[in-house]
Design a protein around this ligand. Structure first.
Ligand SMILES: [Zn+2]
Length: 305
């Protein structure tokens, strides 16, 4: 009787385990890499999983044992490679490279160092060392490069469906190119080339690509959300001096700083979305990088004119 019970328990554990380690072909850490992989593998049998939960804060993500199992069982694991992905360094050693291809977004494009601009709140502990800016996907031109290289990786694990992936890639890149052209047009015809964020600034790659200048309360990956009176008054003066019509906040922000600046200056508060992560509602509505960028273009037009 005891023996049977043990066998039943063991069977339960084995099947339970299998269920838990559900296999996704591609596992991505954050929303942009997930969304690019989803576009490339559209209408295929490849399942793409995002580790980050929709609506959650990316910069303090901690993987569960289950997440690590998902990564190990995947055929392609995509991560960004910056500060917020530091936890990955510890698990990379356990990943079998013959089973799982590892794709690091920051290796696919040219990178910039994180920048501290005039008036920005500095993080005391970190001010000594400069880190590479991890928000490479915020430039649609980088998104094109990433999509191209990611498609090659997908083909390498599923050669028979090469044509499908190539055609998905081509139509997705066409959409990204039209986004890129639209932004260029907006900037070219704009009255001003300066944007101001009462928030973190994860758009270094975006402004470098389109020749914009910016001021912001914090650098891209800052954990701070409270700005000093000095930072806020610097931004208020900038908005007044340069007659800036729009003050931006990023997605999933409490908007406090942007609203404080708007109150003093009469500027309008608008969202400029870095696509780090999206809300659960938008995730369920299948909102993607392209939709996010289209909304950004509308906001940008207002901010530059
Ligand atoms: Zn970030």
């Amino acid at each position: 009787m005891k023996k049977i019970l043990v066998v039943i328990i063991m069977l339960f554990l084995i099947t339970g385990c299998n269920k838990n380690s559900q296999e996704y072909t591609i596992v991505a850490t954050n929303f942009p890499s997930y969304d690019f992989a989803r576009a490339i593998t559209k209408d295929s049998n490849i399942e793409v999983e995002m580790l980050l939960k929709p609506g959650s804060e990316i910069h303090d993500f901690e993987p569960t044992p289950q997440d690590i199992l998902k990564i190990k069982n995947s055929k392609i694991f995509i991560y960004v490679g910056g500060e917020s992905d530091a936890w990955i360094d510890d698990i990379l050693i356990d990943i079998d490279p013959t089973k799982t291809k590892i794709v690091k977004l920051m290796d696919l494009v040219d990178t910039y160092e994180e920048e501290i601009t005039e008036g920005m709140e500095e993080e005391a502990e970190e001010s000594a060392e400069t880190e590479l800016d991890e928000h490479v996907w915020t430039s649609p031109v980088n998104a094109i490069k990433i999509t191209e290289k990611l498609t090659d990786e997908v083909i390498s694990i599923d050669e028979p469906n090469k044509e499908l992936y190539e055609s998905n890639r081509d139509s997705y890149i066409k959409e990204l190119e039209s986004i890129d052209n639209e932004i260029k047009k907006v900037v070219k015809n704009a009255k001003r080339k300066e944007i101001i964020f009462g928030d973190r600034f994860p758009f270094r790659y975006f402004v470098e690509e389109y020749g914009l200048t910016y001021y912001a309360a914090f650098p891209g990956c800052s954990e701070a959300s409270e700005a000093s009176a000095k930072t806020i008054s610097f931004l208020i003066n900038k908005v007044k001096e340069d007659k800036i019509p729009v003050i931006f906040h990023i997605e999933l922000s409490n908007k406090k700083i942007a609203e404080a600046i708007a109150k003093e200056t009469g500027a309008k508060v608008l969202e400029f979305n870095s696509a780090h992560n999206i809300s659960k509602t938008d995730f369920d509505k299948n909102i993607g990088y392209i939709d996010i960028m289209k909304n950004n273009i509308v906001a940008l037009k207002e901010a530059l004119n």
